[in-house]
Ligand binder design. Structure first.
Ligand SMILES: Nc1ncnc2c1ncn2[C@@H]1O[C@H](COP(=O)(O)OP(=O)(O)O)[C@@H](O)[C@H]1O
Ligand SMILES: [Mg+2]
Length: 347
């Protein structure tokens, strides 16, 4: 198959995405496919060629990831400050492919807007969820509103307008400790844990730097887990134990900062309960293909779903690929399975 891999983009998670994209491209090439990896914002200069000529079995080398969120203004400047989020040649490269692997994280890849664009161009064979599910899952306020009536426990929260709401509302309706987060970011970008009133202002301003409307959620004390879903089936849960602080950007992507245990040490009943919540969340948010749900188990043993990631990290060391490996699905096979599901969905 000829497979276009879209990565990068103008998202704070672009570096993570480029790492995922590079490794997905290599894994698919190793399984006999021809690949074309493109930074969706930078695009590709076709130079008059047919995009079909550009697929290769020797994809680009690995990309690196620093401990800081990338500077998007610098990326924009490199492309002449262009406002359009989809670069030149991208749609042609998607049209020319048998399948499009969305290795994006955050922004247009995760909020459904790229999926809507591809749909409108008649490009249906892309991996993961469609635009509606992507939008529902990406917005933490909307997804929590949908999960609650579906019987999936999610911590109490407040949808907070950083320009008009008061801090008293947070103290009254959510209380401390709480977690302050942008509504539609990922990778813990803009997330702070607030233990005392004096920390609130800084946390709100930090999240407001990403979005005007944010989510302020009750902090759940306990153990953190994540459950991947492939097709409609839950994978073995993984436990996440940061060596210090919470599971923030640095602890997510710098090696050695977080211990990850897969399969998680839980009773069969606890595992089944969390997997059941994960699959129900996946369905109620209208997701398809694959996704990953994040949970905290409180000291009483109850699970609280924080969110569902519709385009979870896809390096071999990312959580979902580790879970797939624990279920006997190695990385290349996982990438290929995700592509096959995209073709089935498109029929
Ligand atoms: N309600 C909460 N209670 C305890 N920890 C939380 C809570 N919400 C978020 N966190 C911590 O912050 C991290 C990021 O939050 P999450 O809601 O998963 O957003 P993101 O989309 O950035 O991953 C979680 O992995 C967890 O470590
Ligand atoms: Mg998360």
């Amino acid at each position: 198959m000829n497979i276009t891999i879209l990565a990068g983009g103008l998202s704070p998670e672009r570096d993570v995405s480029l790492v995922s994209g590079g490794l997905i491209a290599r894994a698919l090439a190793e399984r006999g496919h021809k690949v074309l990896m493109i930074d969706v914002y930078e695009g590709i200069d076709l130079g008059g060629r047919d995009a079909r000529e550009l697929f290769t079995d020797t994809p680009p080398a690995d990309f690196g990831i620093s401990d800081r969120v990338p500077d998007l203004d610098e990326v924009k400047k490199r492309c002449g400050g262009r406002a359009a989020k989809i670069g030149p040649g991208v749609i042609d490269a998607c049209r020319a492919a048998d399948a499009v692997f969305l290795a994006l994280h955050g922004d247009m890849g995760e909020d459904g807007s790229l999926q809507a664009t591809l749909d409108n161009y008649g490009i249906k064979k892309y991996t993961g969820s469609g635009y509606a599910g992507s939008l529902l899952a990406m917005d933490k306020d909307i997804s929590k509103r949908m999960m609650r009536p579906a019987g999936i426990p999610t911590p109490d929260w407040l949808y907070f307008d950083t320009e008009t709401d008061t801090y008293e509302r947070i103290l009254r309706e959510v209380g401390l400790p709480c977690v302050v987060k942008p509504t539609a970011c990922g990778s813990s970008v803009g997330v702070s844990i607030v233990g005392s009133e004096s920390e609130l202002d800084e946390a709100i301003k930090f999240a407001a730097g990403y979005e005007r409307k944010i989510v302020v959620e009750k902090k759940i004390e306990g153990r953190e887990f994540s459950v991947g879903i492939l097709g409609e089936n839950a994978l073995p849960p993984i436990e996440i134990i940061p060596k210090s602080g919470f599971y923030d950007y640095k602890n997510k992507y710098q090696s050695g900062c977080t211990e990850e245990i897969c399969p998680a040490e839980l009773s069969p009943e606890q595992t089944a309960r969390m997997q059941d919540y994960a699959v129900r969340a996946f369905r109620c948010l209208r997701l398809s293909g694959y996704a990953r749900a994040d949970f905290i188990m409180d000291t009483e043993g109850e699970f609280w779903c924080l969110e569902v990631n519709n385009l979870p990290g896809m390096t071999p060391l990312s959580l979902l690929p580790q879970e797939a490996a624990a279920a006997g699905i190695e990385y290349g096979e996982l990438c290929e399975t995700i592509v096959k599901m995209a073709l089935e969905k498109a029929v």
